[in-house]
Design a binder for this molecule. Structure first.
Ligand code: ATP
Ligand code: MG
Length: 528
Protein backbone atom coordinates (compact mmCIF):
# COMPACT_ATOMS: atom_id res chain seq x y z
CA UNK A 1 0.00 0.00 0.00
CA UNK A 2 1.42 3.37 -1.00
CA UNK A 3 1.79 6.27 1.48
CA UNK A 4 -0.74 8.14 -0.66
CA UNK A 5 -3.32 5.39 -0.07
CA UNK A 6 -2.58 5.61 3.68
CA UNK A 7 -3.42 9.27 3.64
CA UNK A 8 -6.63 8.67 1.77
CA UNK A 9 -7.67 6.04 4.37
CA UNK A 10 -7.38 8.70 7.07
CA UNK A 11 -10.27 10.52 5.40
CA UNK A 12 -12.54 7.50 5.64
CA UNK A 13 -14.97 7.62 8.56
CA UNK A 14 -14.92 3.89 9.19
CA UNK A 15 -12.06 2.10 10.89
CA UNK A 16 -9.93 0.59 8.12
CA UNK A 17 -6.83 -1.49 8.63
CA UNK A 18 -4.83 -3.88 6.51
CA UNK A 19 -3.26 -7.12 7.68
CA UNK A 20 -1.12 -9.70 5.91
CA UNK A 21 -1.81 -13.39 5.92
CA UNK A 22 0.30 -13.78 9.06
CA UNK A 23 -2.28 -11.55 10.73
CA UNK A 24 0.11 -8.60 11.22
CA UNK A 25 -1.20 -5.09 10.85
CA UNK A 26 0.24 -3.30 7.83
CA UNK A 27 -1.94 -0.19 7.65
CA UNK A 28 -4.07 1.54 10.34
CA UNK A 29 -6.17 4.64 9.67
CA UNK A 30 -7.18 7.42 12.06
CA UNK A 31 -10.73 6.06 12.54
CA UNK A 32 -9.18 2.73 13.70
CA UNK A 33 -7.21 4.70 16.25
CA UNK A 34 -10.43 6.36 17.44
CA UNK A 35 -12.43 3.14 17.52
CA UNK A 36 -9.87 0.85 19.15
CA UNK A 37 -7.78 3.39 21.05
CA UNK A 38 -4.36 2.29 19.67
CA UNK A 39 -2.14 4.80 17.85
CA UNK A 40 -0.77 3.88 14.43
CA UNK A 41 2.69 3.32 15.95
CA UNK A 42 1.30 1.02 18.61
CA UNK A 43 -0.76 -1.00 16.11
CA UNK A 44 1.61 -1.38 13.16
CA UNK A 45 3.27 -4.80 12.98
CA UNK A 46 1.09 -6.25 15.78
CA UNK A 47 -1.00 -9.40 15.39
CA UNK A 48 -4.43 -7.85 14.83
CA UNK A 49 -6.54 -10.50 16.59
CA UNK A 50 -4.23 -10.67 19.60
CA UNK A 51 -4.11 -6.90 19.92
CA UNK A 52 -7.90 -6.51 19.68
CA UNK A 53 -8.77 -9.73 21.48
CA UNK A 54 -11.08 -10.70 18.58
CA UNK A 55 -13.84 -13.22 19.06
CA UNK A 56 -15.39 -14.29 15.75
CA UNK A 57 -18.80 -15.91 15.32
CA UNK A 58 -17.05 -18.84 13.48
CA UNK A 59 -13.41 -19.88 13.55
CA UNK A 60 -10.87 -17.35 12.19
CA UNK A 61 -9.50 -20.03 9.80
CA UNK A 62 -12.94 -20.59 8.27
CA UNK A 63 -13.37 -16.86 7.81
CA UNK A 64 -10.00 -16.57 6.12
CA UNK A 65 -10.78 -19.54 3.87
CA UNK A 66 -14.14 -18.10 2.92
CA UNK A 67 -12.49 -14.74 2.24
CA UNK A 68 -9.93 -16.28 -0.08
CA UNK A 69 -12.59 -18.31 -1.87
CA UNK A 70 -15.15 -15.54 -2.32
CA UNK A 71 -13.05 -12.41 -1.94
CA UNK A 72 -15.05 -11.04 1.02
CA UNK A 73 -16.74 -11.77 4.37
CA UNK A 74 -18.78 -9.74 6.76
CA UNK A 75 -20.08 -10.27 10.26
CA UNK A 76 -20.01 -9.14 13.88
CA UNK A 77 -16.80 -9.56 15.89
CA UNK A 78 -16.39 -9.03 19.62
CA UNK A 79 -13.33 -6.92 20.42
CA UNK A 80 -11.64 -5.14 23.27
CA UNK A 81 -10.38 -1.57 23.00
CA UNK A 82 -7.07 -0.28 24.40
CA UNK A 83 -9.04 0.98 27.41
CA UNK A 84 -10.39 -2.54 27.99
CA UNK A 85 -13.98 -1.82 26.84
CA UNK A 86 -15.84 -4.71 25.24
CA UNK A 87 -17.41 -3.80 21.91
CA UNK A 88 -19.21 -5.43 19.05
CA UNK A 89 -17.81 -4.40 15.65
CA UNK A 90 -19.47 -5.06 12.34
CA UNK A 91 -16.59 -5.82 9.92
CA UNK A 92 -16.34 -6.13 6.19
CA UNK A 93 -13.26 -8.10 5.00
CA UNK A 94 -11.99 -7.92 1.50
CA UNK A 95 -8.99 -9.74 0.00
CA UNK A 96 -6.38 -7.79 -1.97
CA UNK A 97 -4.52 -9.79 -4.62
CA UNK A 98 -1.37 -9.16 -6.69
CA UNK A 99 -1.32 -9.04 -10.46
CA UNK A 100 -0.99 -12.81 -10.63
CA UNK A 101 -4.16 -13.12 -8.49
CA UNK A 102 -2.38 -14.34 -5.39
CA UNK A 103 -3.98 -13.06 -2.15
CA UNK A 104 -1.54 -10.75 -0.42
CA UNK A 105 -3.46 -9.03 2.33
CA UNK A 106 -6.87 -8.48 3.87
CA UNK A 107 -8.46 -5.03 4.14
CA UNK A 108 -10.84 -4.72 7.02
CA UNK A 109 -13.48 -1.99 7.41
CA UNK A 110 -15.26 -1.85 10.74
CA UNK A 111 -18.02 0.05 12.48
CA UNK A 112 -19.29 -0.37 16.02
CA UNK A 113 -22.40 -2.54 15.84
CA UNK A 114 -24.15 -1.02 18.85
CA UNK A 115 -26.82 0.80 16.86
CA UNK A 116 -27.61 -2.24 14.77
CA UNK A 117 -28.09 -4.55 17.74
CA UNK A 118 -30.03 -1.82 19.57
CA UNK A 119 -32.42 -1.60 16.66
CA UNK A 120 -32.64 -5.38 16.66
CA UNK A 121 -33.42 -5.37 20.39
CA UNK A 122 -36.06 -2.75 19.78
CA UNK A 123 -37.61 -4.80 17.02
CA UNK A 124 -37.55 -7.88 19.25
CA UNK A 125 -39.11 -6.02 22.14
CA UNK A 126 -41.78 -4.58 19.83
CA UNK A 127 -42.53 -8.09 18.57
CA UNK A 128 -42.65 -9.39 22.15
CA UNK A 129 -44.99 -6.56 23.14
CA UNK A 130 -47.24 -7.19 20.11
CA UNK A 131 -47.54 -10.88 20.87
CA UNK A 132 -48.27 -10.16 24.53
CA UNK A 133 -50.78 -7.50 23.51
CA UNK A 134 -52.60 -10.08 21.42
CA UNK A 135 -52.27 -13.13 23.60
CA UNK A 136 -53.18 -11.82 27.07
CA UNK A 137 -56.60 -12.71 28.47
CA UNK A 138 -57.06 -9.04 29.40
CA UNK A 139 -58.63 -6.44 27.18
CA UNK A 140 -55.89 -4.14 25.83
CA UNK A 141 -56.41 -0.91 23.93
CA UNK A 142 -54.00 1.41 22.21
CA UNK A 143 -55.41 4.93 22.24
CA UNK A 144 -54.26 8.03 20.41
CA UNK A 145 -54.87 11.21 22.38
CA UNK A 146 -52.86 13.48 20.07
CA UNK A 147 -55.96 15.33 18.82
CA UNK A 148 -57.26 15.71 22.37
CA UNK A 149 -53.79 16.84 23.39
CA UNK A 150 -53.85 19.58 20.74
CA UNK A 151 -57.09 20.89 22.21
CA UNK A 152 -55.64 20.79 25.70
CA UNK A 153 -52.63 22.77 24.53
CA UNK A 154 -54.95 25.33 22.95
CA UNK A 155 -56.88 25.59 26.22
CA UNK A 156 -53.64 26.04 28.14
CA UNK A 157 -52.52 28.77 25.72
CA UNK A 158 -55.83 30.52 26.23
CA UNK A 159 -55.08 30.71 29.96
CA UNK A 160 -56.69 27.56 31.47
CA UNK A 161 -54.50 26.22 34.27
CA UNK A 162 -56.93 24.53 36.67
CA UNK A 163 -58.25 21.79 34.39
CA UNK A 164 -60.25 20.05 37.13
CA UNK A 165 -62.28 23.21 37.69
CA UNK A 166 -62.51 23.86 33.96
CA UNK A 167 -63.85 20.36 33.18
CA UNK A 168 -66.35 20.66 36.02
CA UNK A 169 -67.65 23.94 34.64
CA UNK A 170 -67.53 22.77 30.99
CA UNK A 171 -68.71 19.15 30.84
CA UNK A 172 -69.19 19.54 27.08
CA UNK A 173 -65.40 19.78 26.67
CA UNK A 174 -64.93 16.41 28.40
CA UNK A 175 -67.40 14.89 25.98
CA UNK A 176 -65.50 16.46 23.05
CA UNK A 177 -62.23 15.04 24.36
CA UNK A 178 -63.81 11.60 24.42
CA UNK A 179 -64.77 11.99 20.79
CA UNK A 180 -61.31 13.31 19.92
CA UNK A 181 -59.56 10.28 21.48
CA UNK A 182 -59.08 7.53 18.87
CA UNK A 183 -58.92 3.78 19.36
CA UNK A 184 -55.91 2.72 17.27
CA UNK A 185 -55.76 -0.97 18.08
CA UNK A 186 -57.36 -3.55 20.37
CA UNK A 187 -56.46 -7.16 21.08
CA UNK A 188 -58.53 -10.30 20.54
CA UNK A 189 -59.77 -10.36 24.13
CA UNK A 190 -61.23 -6.85 23.67
CA UNK A 191 -63.17 -8.07 20.66
CA UNK A 192 -64.48 -10.88 22.84
CA UNK A 193 -65.38 -8.62 25.77
CA UNK A 194 -66.69 -5.53 24.00
CA UNK A 195 -67.50 -6.56 20.47
CA UNK A 196 -69.48 -8.92 18.33
CA UNK A 197 -66.52 -10.70 16.76
CA UNK A 198 -65.50 -7.81 14.55
CA UNK A 199 -62.41 -5.84 15.53
CA UNK A 200 -63.02 -3.00 13.04
CA UNK A 201 -66.23 -1.85 14.73
CA UNK A 202 -64.23 -1.13 17.89
CA UNK A 203 -61.65 1.10 16.24
CA UNK A 204 -62.03 4.86 15.88
CA UNK A 205 -64.29 6.68 18.31
CA UNK A 206 -63.82 6.02 22.03
CA UNK A 207 -67.09 7.58 23.16
CA UNK A 208 -69.51 4.65 22.67
CA UNK A 209 -67.68 2.70 25.38
CA UNK A 210 -68.16 5.34 28.10
CA UNK A 211 -71.63 5.50 29.65
CA UNK A 212 -72.55 8.87 31.20
CA UNK A 213 -72.18 7.50 34.73
CA UNK A 214 -68.45 6.92 34.07
CA UNK A 215 -67.67 10.40 32.74
CA UNK A 216 -65.97 11.32 36.01
CA UNK A 217 -63.64 8.31 35.65
CA UNK A 218 -62.69 9.49 32.15
CA UNK A 219 -62.10 13.03 33.47
CA UNK A 220 -59.84 11.70 36.23
CA UNK A 221 -57.90 9.64 33.68
CA UNK A 222 -57.33 12.79 31.61
CA UNK A 223 -56.33 14.83 34.65
CA UNK A 224 -53.73 12.17 35.52
CA UNK A 225 -52.32 12.46 32.02
CA UNK A 226 -52.24 16.26 32.26
CA UNK A 227 -50.45 15.97 35.61
CA UNK A 228 -47.94 13.67 33.84
CA UNK A 229 -48.62 10.79 36.15
CA UNK A 230 -47.42 7.45 34.77
CA UNK A 231 -50.79 5.75 35.13
CA UNK A 232 -54.30 5.89 36.56
CA UNK A 233 -56.75 3.16 37.52
CA UNK A 234 -60.28 3.00 38.76
CA UNK A 235 -63.34 0.80 38.91
CA UNK A 236 -66.14 2.02 36.68
CA UNK A 237 -68.89 0.94 34.31
CA UNK A 238 -67.98 0.52 30.63
CA UNK A 239 -70.29 -0.13 27.69
CA UNK A 240 -70.14 -2.94 25.14
CA UNK A 241 -70.81 -2.26 21.50
CA UNK A 242 -74.28 -3.84 21.91
CA UNK A 243 -75.13 -1.19 24.57
CA UNK A 244 -74.91 -3.40 27.70
CA UNK A 245 -72.72 -2.13 30.56
CA UNK A 246 -70.49 -4.07 32.93
CA UNK A 247 -68.25 -3.44 35.97
CA UNK A 248 -64.68 -2.89 34.82
CA UNK A 249 -61.28 -2.40 36.36
CA UNK A 250 -59.88 0.26 34.06
CA UNK A 251 -56.15 1.07 33.93
CA UNK A 252 -54.54 3.62 31.66
CA UNK A 253 -50.78 4.08 31.29
CA UNK A 254 -49.01 6.96 29.59
CA UNK A 255 -45.63 5.44 28.69
CA UNK A 256 -43.13 8.33 28.74
CA UNK A 257 -41.29 7.19 25.60
CA UNK A 258 -44.46 7.27 23.49
CA UNK A 259 -44.98 10.71 22.08
CA UNK A 260 -48.21 12.45 21.17
CA UNK A 261 -50.11 10.98 24.10
CA UNK A 262 -50.37 7.43 22.88
CA UNK A 263 -51.77 5.50 25.82
CA UNK A 264 -52.25 1.90 26.73
CA UNK A 265 -55.46 0.84 28.40
CA UNK A 266 -56.19 -2.46 30.09
CA UNK A 267 -59.72 -3.48 31.05
CA UNK A 268 -60.70 -6.41 33.24
CA UNK A 269 -64.32 -7.47 33.63
CA UNK A 270 -64.94 -7.56 37.39
CA UNK A 271 -68.70 -8.17 37.31
CA UNK A 272 -68.30 -11.65 38.79
CA UNK A 273 -65.82 -10.44 41.42
CA UNK A 274 -68.17 -7.64 42.48
CA UNK A 275 -71.09 -10.04 42.63
CA UNK A 276 -69.06 -12.42 44.80
CA UNK A 277 -67.97 -9.54 47.01
CA UNK A 278 -71.55 -8.35 47.47
CA UNK A 279 -72.58 -11.88 48.32
CA UNK A 280 -69.71 -12.14 50.83
CA UNK A 281 -70.73 -8.86 52.42
CA UNK A 282 -74.31 -10.06 52.69
CA UNK A 283 -73.21 -13.34 54.26
CA UNK A 284 -70.91 -11.47 56.64
CA UNK A 285 -73.69 -9.10 57.63
CA UNK A 286 -76.20 -11.98 58.04
CA UNK A 287 -73.70 -13.82 60.16
CA UNK A 288 -72.87 -10.83 62.33
CA UNK A 289 -76.60 -10.31 62.80
CA UNK A 290 -77.17 -13.93 63.81
CA UNK A 291 -74.31 -13.64 66.30
CA UNK A 292 -75.80 -10.39 67.71
CA UNK A 293 -79.20 -11.96 68.22
CA UNK A 294 -77.65 -14.95 69.94
CA UNK A 295 -75.55 -12.59 72.10
CA UNK A 296 -78.71 -10.69 73.11
CA UNK A 297 -80.15 -14.02 74.19
CA UNK A 298 -77.16 -14.57 76.45
CA UNK A 299 -77.44 -11.06 77.83
CA UNK A 300 -81.07 -11.44 78.90
CA UNK A 301 -80.12 -10.98 82.55
CA UNK A 302 -78.34 -7.70 81.77
CA UNK A 303 -81.13 -6.47 79.54
CA UNK A 304 -83.87 -7.33 82.02
CA UNK A 305 -81.91 -5.50 84.65
CA UNK A 306 -81.42 -2.48 82.40
CA UNK A 307 -85.16 -2.23 81.69
CA UNK A 308 -86.29 -3.16 85.18
CA UNK A 309 -84.27 -0.45 86.86
CA UNK A 310 -86.10 2.51 85.27
CA UNK A 311 -89.41 0.64 85.51
CA UNK A 312 -88.93 0.16 89.26
CA UNK A 313 -87.98 3.81 89.59
CA UNK A 314 -91.10 4.81 87.62
CA UNK A 315 -93.29 2.75 89.92
CA UNK A 316 -91.66 4.24 93.04
CA UNK A 317 -91.96 7.81 91.74
CA UNK A 318 -95.58 7.30 90.67
CA UNK A 319 -96.30 5.99 94.14
CA UNK A 320 -94.59 8.99 95.74
CA UNK A 321 -96.35 11.43 93.38
CA UNK A 322 -99.73 9.99 94.27
CA UNK A 323 -98.98 10.30 97.95
CA UNK A 324 -98.02 13.99 97.52
CA UNK A 325 -101.35 14.57 95.82
CA UNK A 326 -103.48 12.54 98.20
CA UNK A 327 -102.61 14.54 101.33
CA UNK A 328 -105.09 17.01 102.76
CA UNK A 329 -103.04 19.81 101.28
CA UNK A 330 -101.63 18.35 98.06
CA UNK A 331 -97.95 19.17 97.51
CA UNK A 332 -98.18 20.06 93.88
CA UNK A 333 -94.49 21.01 93.46
CA UNK A 334 -93.28 17.70 94.90
CA UNK A 335 -95.79 15.77 92.79
CA UNK A 336 -94.56 17.69 89.71
CA UNK A 337 -90.99 16.72 90.58
CA UNK A 338 -91.98 13.04 90.86
CA UNK A 339 -93.68 13.18 87.47
CA UNK A 340 -90.54 14.76 85.99
CA UNK A 341 -88.46 11.83 87.37
CA UNK A 342 -91.03 9.44 85.93
CA UNK A 343 -90.54 11.03 82.54
CA UNK A 344 -86.75 10.79 82.79
CA UNK A 345 -86.91 7.11 83.72
CA UNK A 346 -89.42 6.42 80.97
CA UNK A 347 -86.90 7.95 78.52
CA UNK A 348 -84.14 5.78 79.99
CA UNK A 349 -86.26 2.66 79.52
CA UNK A 350 -87.16 3.72 75.99
CA UNK A 351 -83.46 4.24 75.23
CA UNK A 352 -82.63 0.76 76.43
CA UNK A 353 -85.31 -0.83 74.27
CA UNK A 354 -84.25 1.32 71.29
CA UNK A 355 -80.67 0.09 71.73
CA UNK A 356 -81.81 -3.52 71.92
CA UNK A 357 -84.04 -3.07 68.90
CA UNK A 358 -81.17 -1.67 66.83
CA UNK A 359 -78.90 -4.53 67.98
CA UNK A 360 -81.55 -7.07 67.00
CA UNK A 361 -82.57 -5.35 63.76
CA UNK A 362 -81.51 -6.92 60.51
CA UNK A 363 -80.57 -4.14 58.16
CA UNK A 364 -77.74 -3.53 55.72
CA UNK A 365 -74.60 -2.03 57.29
CA UNK A 366 -74.52 1.77 57.35
CA UNK A 367 -71.66 4.22 57.37
CA UNK A 368 -72.08 7.26 59.60
CA UNK A 369 -69.70 9.58 61.39
CA UNK A 370 -69.83 8.29 64.93
CA UNK A 371 -67.81 8.76 68.08
CA UNK A 372 -65.98 5.57 69.01
CA UNK A 373 -66.02 6.57 72.68
CA UNK A 374 -69.78 6.98 72.59
CA UNK A 375 -70.08 3.55 70.99
CA UNK A 376 -67.92 2.10 73.77
CA UNK A 377 -70.11 3.74 76.44
CA UNK A 378 -73.28 2.36 74.85
CA UNK A 379 -71.80 -1.11 74.43
CA UNK A 380 -70.78 -1.15 78.08
CA UNK A 381 -74.36 -0.34 79.06
CA UNK A 382 -75.44 -3.61 77.48
CA UNK A 383 -73.15 -5.69 79.61
CA UNK A 384 -73.05 -3.54 82.74
CA UNK A 385 -75.02 -6.00 84.81
CA UNK A 386 -73.06 -8.94 83.42
CA UNK A 387 -69.82 -7.30 84.50
CA UNK A 388 -71.13 -6.22 87.90
CA UNK A 389 -72.31 -9.75 88.60
CA UNK A 390 -68.77 -11.00 87.94
CA UNK A 391 -67.20 -8.22 90.06
CA UNK A 392 -65.38 -6.86 87.04
CA UNK A 393 -64.43 -3.19 86.98
CA UNK A 394 -64.25 -1.46 83.62
CA UNK A 395 -62.16 1.66 83.11
CA UNK A 396 -62.85 3.57 79.92
CA UNK A 397 -60.10 6.07 79.04
CA UNK A 398 -61.58 8.15 76.25
CA UNK A 399 -59.14 10.06 74.03
CA UNK A 400 -58.90 13.80 74.60
CA UNK A 401 -59.47 14.45 70.90
CA UNK A 402 -62.82 13.22 69.51
CA UNK A 403 -62.38 9.71 68.09
CA UNK A 404 -64.68 10.05 65.08
CA UNK A 405 -64.95 7.11 62.70
CA UNK A 406 -67.03 6.41 59.63
CA UNK A 407 -68.77 3.27 60.76
CA UNK A 408 -71.83 1.18 61.39
CA UNK A 409 -72.66 1.98 65.02
CA UNK A 410 -74.27 -1.38 65.82
CA UNK A 411 -71.47 -3.41 64.29
CA UNK A 412 -68.78 -1.55 66.25
CA UNK A 413 -70.81 -1.99 69.43
CA UNK A 414 -70.77 -5.70 68.65
CA UNK A 415 -66.95 -5.63 68.46
CA UNK A 416 -66.66 -3.94 71.85
CA UNK A 417 -69.21 -6.28 73.46
CA UNK A 418 -67.42 -9.36 72.07
CA UNK A 419 -64.01 -8.19 73.29
CA UNK A 420 -65.32 -7.14 76.71
CA UNK A 421 -67.22 -10.41 77.22
CA UNK A 422 -64.13 -12.41 76.24
CA UNK A 423 -62.14 -10.36 78.77
CA UNK A 424 -64.76 -10.93 81.49
CA UNK A 425 -64.79 -14.67 80.76
CA UNK A 426 -60.99 -14.77 80.94
CA UNK A 427 -61.05 -12.94 84.28
CA UNK A 428 -63.49 -15.51 85.63
CA UNK A 429 -60.99 -18.28 84.88
CA UNK A 430 -58.39 -16.79 87.11
CA UNK A 431 -58.73 -16.47 90.80
CA UNK A 432 -57.55 -12.91 90.75
CA UNK A 433 -58.26 -10.33 93.33
CA UNK A 434 -58.20 -7.51 90.78
CA UNK A 435 -60.65 -8.08 87.96
CA UNK A 436 -60.19 -5.16 85.66
CA UNK A 437 -60.82 -4.35 82.02
CA UNK A 438 -59.32 -1.19 80.55
CA UNK A 439 -60.63 0.23 77.31
CA UNK A 440 -58.66 3.06 75.78
CA UNK A 441 -58.99 5.07 72.59
CA UNK A 442 -56.12 6.96 70.99
CA UNK A 443 -56.35 9.40 68.10
CA UNK A 444 -53.01 9.77 66.32
CA UNK A 445 -52.17 10.97 62.80
CA UNK A 446 -54.58 9.33 60.42
CA UNK A 447 -55.76 6.49 62.62
CA UNK A 448 -57.84 5.73 65.66
CA UNK A 449 -56.77 2.92 67.95
CA UNK A 450 -58.91 1.16 70.51
CA UNK A 451 -57.19 -1.08 73.06
CA UNK A 452 -59.05 -3.56 75.27
CA UNK A 453 -56.87 -4.99 78.04
CA UNK A 454 -57.69 -7.29 80.91
CA UNK A 455 -55.95 -8.56 84.02
CA UNK A 456 -56.77 -12.20 83.28
CA UNK A 457 -54.40 -15.09 82.49
CA UNK A 458 -53.54 -13.80 78.99
CA UNK A 459 -53.43 -15.72 75.74
CA UNK A 460 -51.45 -18.95 75.50
CA UNK A 461 -48.59 -18.48 72.96
CA UNK A 462 -49.73 -21.57 71.00
CA UNK A 463 -53.18 -20.02 70.47
CA UNK A 464 -52.12 -16.78 68.76
CA UNK A 465 -52.05 -18.31 65.30
CA UNK A 466 -55.66 -19.54 65.58
CA UNK A 467 -57.43 -16.87 67.64
CA UNK A 468 -59.21 -15.35 64.65
CA UNK A 469 -60.02 -18.68 62.99
CA UNK A 470 -63.71 -19.54 62.89
CA UNK A 471 -64.70 -22.07 65.56
CA UNK A 472 -61.45 -21.81 67.48
CA UNK A 473 -62.40 -21.89 71.14
CA UNK A 474 -60.93 -23.03 74.44
CA UNK A 475 -64.24 -22.69 76.25
CA UNK A 476 -66.67 -25.48 76.92
CA UNK A 477 -69.66 -23.36 75.98
CA UNK A 478 -67.84 -21.29 73.38
CA UNK A 479 -68.52 -21.31 69.68
CA UNK A 480 -65.29 -19.63 68.60
CA UNK A 481 -67.04 -16.98 66.52
CA UNK A 482 -66.55 -13.82 68.65
CA UNK A 483 -63.10 -12.88 67.37
CA UNK A 484 -63.63 -13.86 63.68
CA UNK A 485 -66.72 -11.62 63.68
CA UNK A 486 -64.71 -8.78 65.27
CA UNK A 487 -62.09 -9.17 62.58
CA UNK A 488 -64.52 -9.21 59.67
CA UNK A 489 -66.29 -6.10 61.02
CA UNK A 490 -63.05 -4.20 61.63
CA UNK A 491 -61.67 -5.14 58.19
CA UNK A 492 -64.94 -4.16 56.50
CA UNK A 493 -64.31 -0.72 58.06
CA UNK A 494 -60.85 -0.52 56.46
CA UNK A 495 -59.02 -1.37 59.69
CA UNK A 496 -57.27 -4.32 61.30
CA UNK A 497 -57.23 -6.07 64.66
CA UNK A 498 -54.37 -7.61 66.61
CA UNK A 499 -54.05 -9.75 69.72
CA UNK A 500 -51.25 -9.77 72.25
CA UNK A 501 -50.50 -10.00 75.94
CA UNK A 502 -49.94 -7.01 78.20
CA UNK A 503 -46.67 -8.43 79.45
CA UNK A 504 -45.40 -11.82 80.51
CA UNK A 505 -47.50 -12.01 83.67
CA UNK A 506 -50.39 -9.83 82.54
CA UNK A 507 -53.63 -10.44 80.70
CA UNK A 508 -54.69 -10.19 77.09
CA UNK A 509 -54.59 -7.05 74.97
CA UNK A 510 -56.70 -6.69 71.84
CA UNK A 511 -56.28 -3.60 69.74
CA UNK A 512 -58.05 -2.55 66.59
CA UNK A 513 -57.18 0.33 64.37
CA UNK A 514 -59.60 2.27 62.16
CA UNK A 515 -58.80 4.98 59.64
CA UNK A 516 -59.70 8.60 60.32
CA UNK A 517 -62.44 9.55 57.83
CA UNK A 518 -61.06 11.47 54.86
CA UNK A 519 -61.89 15.14 54.63
CA UNK A 520 -65.18 14.63 56.48
CA UNK A 521 -66.37 17.16 59.05
CA UNK A 522 -65.52 15.97 62.54
CA UNK A 523 -69.02 15.95 63.98
CA UNK A 524 -70.47 12.64 65.00
CA UNK A 525 -74.06 11.73 64.37
CA UNK A 526 -76.18 11.47 67.50
CA UNK A 527 -77.12 8.00 68.62
CA UNK A 528 -80.74 6.92 67.96
N1 ATP B 1 -59.27 -11.77 76.74
C1 ATP B 1 -58.86 -13.01 76.50
N2 ATP B 1 -57.99 -13.64 77.32
C2 ATP B 1 -57.58 -14.90 77.07
N3 ATP B 1 -57.98 -15.63 76.00
C3 ATP B 1 -58.84 -15.06 75.16
C4 ATP B 1 -59.32 -13.74 75.34
N4 ATP B 1 -60.15 -13.45 74.33
C5 ATP B 1 -60.19 -14.55 73.54
N5 ATP B 1 -59.41 -15.51 74.03
C6 ATP B 1 -59.19 -16.85 73.45
O1 ATP B 1 -59.63 -16.82 72.10
C7 ATP B 1 -60.58 -17.85 71.87
C8 ATP B 1 -61.52 -17.42 70.78
O2 ATP B 1 -62.35 -16.35 71.21
P1 ATP B 1 -63.73 -16.09 70.49
O3 ATP B 1 -64.35 -14.91 71.10
O4 ATP B 1 -63.51 -16.11 69.03
O5 ATP B 1 -64.54 -17.40 70.83
P2 ATP B 1 -65.12 -17.85 72.23
O6 ATP B 1 -65.13 -16.70 73.16
O7 ATP B 1 -64.37 -19.06 72.62
O8 ATP B 1 -66.59 -18.24 71.81
P3 ATP B 1 -67.78 -17.25 71.39
O9 ATP B 1 -67.24 -15.86 71.41
O10 ATP B 1 -68.18 -17.67 70.02
O11 ATP B 1 -68.84 -17.43 72.38
C9 ATP B 1 -61.20 -18.06 73.20
O12 ATP B 1 -61.79 -19.35 73.31
C10 ATP B 1 -60.01 -17.89 74.14
O13 ATP B 1 -59.22 -19.07 74.17
MG1 MG C 1 -65.98 -14.83 72.61
Amino acid sequence: MTSESFEILDHVEQAVFVRDFDGRIRAWNKASQTLYGYSRDAAMGQLADALLDSEYPISACDIEASCVATGRWQGEVKRKSARGNQMLVHVWLSVQRDLAGTPIQIVETGREAKTTSFEQELRLSEARYRSLFQAMAVSFWELDFSEANKRLRALRNSGVSDFRKYFLENPRVVSEMMTAARVVDVNDHTVLLFGRGNKEELLGNLKPFWPDESTSAFTEAMLSGIAQKPHYWTECKLRRIDGGTFDALFTIAYPPHLSGWTSMVAVIDITERNRAQEMLQRVQSDFAHAARVSMLGELTASITHEVNQPLAAIAANADAGLRWLETAQPEIDRARESIRWIMEDAHRAANVTARIRSMAAHRPPERNLVSLDEIIREALLFIRYELQARSVTVVHNASAEPAIVLADRTQLQQVIVNLAINAAQALAQRDCSRRKITIQTIVADDKITCIVEDSGPGIHPDHFAHLFDSFFTTKQEGMGMGLPICRSIVEAHGGFIRAGNVNLSGGARFSFILPVPNGEPRTPQASP
